[in-house]
Design a protein around this ligand. Structure first.
Ligand code: SF4
Ligand code: SF4
Length: 358
């Protein structure tokens, strides 16, 4: 019964649907990503962004991003909006602290997503002194697999060093994110023990889908049995209670709903999450295709776009096509996460239909 919804779950999902409708209507902004650079110090085989393609895109000046923040400030409670610096590799920017400190002064919590390559003691201290509130470090398994996926012989060592430093910090919220694929799926139990020994308390797992560079590496993609096995692993680990583990935010997961995450599935892009991309484009999440961009900060006022745009994100009736057209789960899923649509607005993957019923 891992795919089928129990009566109890259906009732809860119906209730959540109402809450979701209301949240969509209100669309309070809670997370603002800033794709602060497309420069990266690694060349990951599964990267969701096409960094190299747009490597000529210069970094957005801090003041341009802060202009958007100042435009937003009167309309939100700053302490309820998390600003997340992402990339590329966010720490490639030397002036991240300048921006972080300005956010801190304005009352916005901020965090960084990083591969850990540049996270030295000195850099972490400087980030903390500028108000760093949250961090996510990518670690895709043990040394051999991680370095192979990241294309750098030192990437594992540096990421683990970053994690060990974060484990000593009491004031910030941080987690480790792991991309599960055919190279590391059989090591998950041992890897969990390693993370526990390293001091990790929060762990997130996502799976590879045919977007970005991953599209060129079909061998990384899990088959349906393997994907279901990953969900079983997450559910069992959560029941065990030794480490807080979640599956990433994408994918309606049928009977696994509430078993592998703390909440029911909802794609929050454009609902409570927005992004300012490297070229100024306004989007829901950083890896959503350009056909869903909603404007550009160099042309439009962000707050106008947030309040009056994002129609495709907030009314997903258009997504009832292809494999979603007759799907009974559409009322709960609404056609999966926005980042899983291609340049022609066609869905690339359905998580639910990959689950194998046992
Ligand atoms: S077919 Fe579409 S609506 Fe149905 S579960 Fe899959 S992605 Fe969701
Ligand atoms: S677009 Fe994807 S990553 Fe962003 S909230 Fe939706 S499911 Fe999550």
């Amino acid at each position: 019964m891992n795919k089928t919804l129990t009566f109890k779950k259906k009732v809860a999902l119906e209730l959540f649907r109402r809450i979701r409708k209301n949240r969509t209507k209100i669309h309070d902004l809670h997370t603002l990503f800033w794709e602060c650079t497309l420069r990266c110090n690694l060349s990951c085989k599964h990267c969701g962004s096409d960094c190299r393609v747009m490597a000529n895109q210069p970094d957005m000046p801090v003041e341009d991003f802060l202009k958007v923040v100042d435009e937003i400030t009167p309309h939100v409670e700053p302490n309820k909006v998390m600003v997340v610096f992402t990339g590329g590799e966010a720490l490639s920017r030397k002036d991240l602290e300048v921006c972080g400190l300005e956010l801190y002064k304005r009352g916005f919590p901020w965090g960084v997503v990083s591969n850990g390559m540049y996270m030295t003691r000195k850099r972490l201290d400087s980030l903390l002194a500028s108000g760093l509130h949250a961090a996510t470090i990518s670690l895709d398994g043990f040394e051999e697999v991680h370095n192979w996926m990241r294309g750098h012989p030192k990437s594992f060592e540096n990421a683990v060093h970053a994690i060990r430093m974060l484990a000593e910090e009491k004031e910030i919220v941080w987690d480790v994110v792991t991309c599960v694929n055919r190279k590391n799926i059989n090591e998950l139990k041992e890897f969990k023990e390693f993370l526990l020994q390293t001091g990790v308390k929060r762990w997130r797992i996502f799976t590879i889908f045919p977007v970005g560079r991953a599209a060129q590496h079909p061998e990384f993609q899990l088959n349906d049995e393997e994907f279901t096995r990953v969900l079983d692993f997450i559910r069992d680990t959560r029941r065990e209670g030794r480490i807080r583990l979640d599956y990433g935010c994408e994918g309606f997961l049928g009977g696994y709903e509430m078993e592998v995450r703390d909440h029911f599935f909802q794609c929050n892009a454009g609902i409570d999450t927005a992004s300012i991309l490297a070229d100024g484009a306004i989007s829901g999440c950083p890896s959503i295709r350009a056909n869903f961009h909603q404007g550009n900060i160099y042309r439009d006022h962000f707050i106008d776009v947030w309040n009056h745009g994002f129609e495709k994100y907030r009314n997903r009736a258009w997504a009832r096509k292809g494999k979603c057209a007759d799907c009974k789960m559409f009322r709960y899923c609404e056609g999966n996460g926005m980042h899983l649509y291609d340049d022609n607005s066609n869905l690339l993957v359905c998580h639910y239909n990959r689950i194998i019923e046992r």
